[in-house]
Design a binder for this molecule. Structure first.
Ligand SMILES: O=C(O)[C@H](O)[C@@H](O)[C@H](O)[C@H](O)COP(=O)(O)O
Ligand code: SF4
Length: 608
């Protein structure tokens, strides 16, 4: 085991001792003898089985068959979730064939960040993660179940399902992905047309044609954004079947993996003798494994928020310093757009999860002796699934990468360290994904231009006011200000300026998309401007240094003058319309970005 990985794990365990024990006590109290529906009064149980078919009803009256909850994020809005429509029937049939039952316990909402990107709805996006966690709890709170299947893929959905399911950590839980859409036009080609459009050199028709050639079918978008990062991390945490992440939807292999996930969930119940509750799988080692996988692949910066909140739901205290210290020793082994040209299908074809996990295990960078939904030991995940005459089999994945421009072995990494930098200085603390920024662009020292929303930056660009070296500061975008939206629509404008040879950086207390790349961005800056964070003291023209190599985030103003500077008046924030007013109470409850920007942090940590 790499000494740094061990050291970080041990300090997380020490820091989490009290809250982890409190969590495990909660799980123990919830785990009762026999099926939980057996603890229900007859009337309650009768309600729970009333709509079942006769055979399911009889099976549920008996207490020796597993009842598996299905919690699904299906909707037609997300291309990644549309394939989930068919999954409940596949699952129920598979369970019936082994004498168990599947009940659709509840649906959870799912927002497509691509549809809401740059729109008012994006201000609900982060809060939707916590709503999904609550919706998962509503589904599982019927207490009829011996195991659960969580069906979800995208940005806030998998983190929300994880947070909610962890509060029922006494249940065995298997996560069920739907897989990426087939590859369309390349992400690089898509981004180029966007920049042309931003410059007025492409028509709206050309832009729409390009976008629809990129996002063209059911399945997850093929860039390595938050959705695909979710799949990769959940697999490394041992909550997927091995190799389940990136099998394309509506294929016989995908369908058989979905059926097998249902069968496996049933096997993991106390009655069927291989009891592995979710709380046993998601421990400090699993969280460290997730961070290592995030760093080794240049995964979405959104997980510098989500992983903290997910860990808290399991009684674990993970922080940005842990991630930064691991990033120093975890090599970058994958280059998937925005970190490279390849997409997630190319990653899978080059060796995918089995090759990546094998490299990280062999390098002592992942905890191997962990519990997973397929038993003890992460080494099982160096195998990948195939159909052999219709039967699901697993075989060892490739020993060598099939394309070293996409996926590299430990001895020839793209970089000796991970793609994530902790940014800190007199402007606060934030993060930067350096793996997507060319080395020559990683250090910017330039005058500031301040914006209070994305639209005003776009207007300034179109008015030709930004044709210079620039640190664009977009403030009052933090969790409590307006829900911490992604500011990904800024990427084409800042990308054009960078391509024109200007030194350009972004500094914000907001978020970027996992698909954001090339422009150095210090994001999630904490404390946020609304809470009196230093960003609220900045003025146009201040010189700011954003150094992605050293992690320095600093305004070059005399310290005494800086300390004497008043905070700027909080601008009017439009929290009304598109349902935003319904989420005001959650914005008030959000913890700072550095604690996951989560509305449950205080409850989960026992401080409220
Ligand atoms: O974190 C993420 O990965 C993003 O939220 C992603 O899910 C979102 O949909 C992007 O906005 C898509 O990229 P485009 O907006 O460039 O299509
Ligand atoms: S990856 Fe993003 S754009 Fe694609 S379906 Fe998921 S949320 Fe929507």
């Amino acid at each position: 085991m790499h000494p740094r990985v061990l050291e970080v794990t041990q300090r997380i365990q020490a820091r989490s001792a009290t809250t982890r024990q409190r969590y495990l006590d909660l799980v123990q109290a919830a785990a009762s003898k026999g099926p939980h529906r057996g603890t229900l009064p007859c009337g309650n149980l009768a309600h729970g089985v009333a709509a079942c078919g006769e055979s399911d009803k009889q099976a549920l009256r008996l207490m020796n068959q597993a009842n598996v909850a299905i919690v699904s994020a299906y909707n037609d809005m997300l291309s990644a979730h549309q394939p989930l429509e068919r999954f409940p029937e596949l699952i129920k049939d598979a369970l019936r064939q082994i004498g168990s039952v599947g009940q659709f316990a509840g649906g959870v909402p799912a927002m497509c960040d691509g549809v809401t990107q740059g729109e008012p709805g994006m201000e609900l996006s982060l809060a939707s993660r916590d709503v999904i966690a609550m919706s998962t709890a509503i589904a599982l709170s019927h207490n009829m179940f011996d195991a659960a299947l969580c069906l979800g893929v995208c940005d806030k959905i998998v983190p929300g399902l994880l947070i909610g399911a962890l509060r029922f950590g006494h249940l065995p839980v298997v996560f069920v992905p739907a897989g990426p859409m087939p590859t369309g036009i390349s992400n690089k080609e898509k981004a180029a047309v966007r920049q042309l459009f931003a410059e007025g050199k492409a028509t709206r028709e050309e832009l729409l044609a390009s976008e629809m050639a990129s996002y063209h079918a059911p399945g997850t978008c093929t860039f390595y954004g938050t959705a695909n990062t979710n799949q990769l991390l959940v697999e490394v945490m041992g909550l997927h079947l091995p190799g389940a992440s990136f099998v394309n939807p509506n294929t016989s292999l995908r369908d058989e993996l979905t059926r097998e996930a249902a069968r496996q969930a049933s096997r993991l119940t106390p009655e069927n003798g291989q009891y592995v509750p979710m709380a046993k799988i998601v421990d400090e080692r699993a969280m460290v494994n997730a961070v290592v996988a995030l760093l080794a692949t240049g995964g979405s910066t959104n997980h510098t928020l989500h992983l903290l909140a997910i860990a808290q739901a399991a009684g674990i205290q993970l922080n940005w310093q842990d991630m930064a210290d691991l990033s120093e020793v975890v090599p970058t082994l994958a280059r998937i757009y925005p970190n490279g040209q390849a997409d997630i299908n190319h990653f899978q074809a080059a060796g995918g999860m089995s090759f990546l996990i094998r490299q990280l295990l062999d390098g002592g960078l992942l905890h191997e002796d962990v519990d997973t939904v397929v038993g003890k030991g992460l080494r099982r995940y160096v195998q990948e699934p195939f159909l052999d005459a219709g039967r699901l089999v697993w075989r060892d994945g490739p020993a060598a990468s099939l394309d070293e421009s996409i996926l590299r072995p430990l001895d020839r990494p793209f970089s000796p360290e991970g793609g994530l930098r902790l940014m800190e200085g007199n402007l606060g603390r934030g993060v930067m994904k350096v793996s997507a920024v060319a080395p020559e662009h990683q250090v910017v020292e330039a005058p500031v231009r301040i914006f209070h929303d994305q639209a005003s930056l776009a207007a300034a660009f179109k008015a030709g006011e930004l044709e210079r070296d620039l640190v664009a500061v977009v403030r009052f975008q933090g969790p409590r200000a307006n829900g911490m939206p992604e500011l990904h629509k800024l990427t084409p404008f800042l990308g054009v300026l960078q391509d024109r040879g200007f030194k350009v950086a972004l500094v914000t207390d907001g978020r970027m998309s996992g698909a954001s790349g090339k422009v150095p961005a210090a994001i999630h800056v904490s404390p946020e401007a609304l809470n009196g964070g230093p960003l609220a003291r900045l003025r146009d023209g201040d010189i700011v240094r954003v150094d992605g190599t050293t992690g320095e985030l600093r305004v070059l103003v005399d310290a005494a003058q800086w300390d004497a500077r008043p905070l700027v008046e909080t601008p009017a924030i439009d929290g009304q319309g598109m349902g935003r007013e319904l989420f005001a109470f959650m914005r008030q409850a959000f913890s700072p970005a550095e604690q996951g920007a989560c509305s449950f942090t205080a409850e989960l940590n026992g401080s409220r």
